[in-house]
Design a protein around this ligand. Structure first.
Ligand code: URA
Length: 235
């Protein structure tokens, strides 16, 4: 079957990621260095690995998201947490502060966590993309493909036992494009992310719950599943 141009470009980006290289979409002379984007190549303490990962993200070239954003939004919470939460991408408040989930959706997320006795000292939070998509649009397939190796390294470095994917972007990025959030949510799977295999569950994004509060009851079911999993894993 003939692939369209977009798909070819995505495949090319994935290939470049595989060979551990930063794809530069420009003819101007650039430093074509091989960024260490595979988690196994990050050395040192967890903190040092995260700092290096952050630096590598800051080195991204020719990225529209980075160009229009104010701050890199890397992560928040406890780097030693056994639970990692992945959202979609920063919004306006997150971009202004450089911290994920600090706007209205973030406030709801904090309440949801509180309902199962969790907070940011017990979880670690990041996003599929680390710079704010303009006008809060969904990141494009190409942007997602570009940031995916960083996200995978991020997850591997944090090494959570439980991975919570909030919304369809995180679900599609890490589990697969054929998944629909309303069907895939509330199910545990063991997902390979590089060298680790966290218990993974998808749930509705808090921004969606703000628009569709009647779906909060489904999110509550998912939260209770997380609470029960924590118990059964003795976390
Ligand atoms: N929505 C997200 O997906 N991530 C954030 O950090 C904030 C809002």
């Amino acid at each position: 079957m003939k692939k369209n141009l977009n798909q070819k470009l995505i495949d090319l980006i994935e290939y470049y990621n595989l060979i551990n290289s930063n794809l530069l979409l420009s003819n101007t002379p650039q430093k074509r260095n091989l960024n260490n984007i595979v988690a196994a190549s990050y050395k040192g303490t967890k903190f040092q690995k995260l700092e290096k990962l952050k630096k590598n993200i800051q080195l991204i070239k020719n990225c529209q998201l980075k160009k229009s954003a104010t701050n890199l939004v890397f992560g928040d919470g406890n780097i030693d947490a056994k639970i990692m939460i992945v959202g979609e991408g920063p919004g306006a408040q997150e971009d202004a502060k450089g911290i994920p989930f600090v706007g209205r959706a973030g406030q709801l997320l904090d309440k949801m966590l509180e309902s199962i006795q969790l907070n940011r000292t017990k979880v670690y939070i990041s996003n599929v993309v680390n710079y704010r998509p303009p006008s809060n649009r969904r990141p494009t397939e190409m942007e997602i493909a570009r940031y995916l190796p960083f996200l995978k390294s991020h997850i591997e470095i944090i090494n959570p036992k439980i991975l919570i994917l909030l919304g369809s972007t995180a679900l599609n990025t890490l589990i697969g494009n054929n998944e629909v959030i309303s069907k895939a949510r509330g199910k545990w799977i063991q997902k390979d992310v590089g060298s680790i295999r966290p218990w993974t569950i998808a749930s509705f994004h808090p921004a969606f719950l703000l628009r569709q509060p009647d779906q909060k009851k489904m999110a509550w079911i998912d939260l209770k599943m997380v609470r029960d999993k924590l118990k059964s894993l003795r976390i």
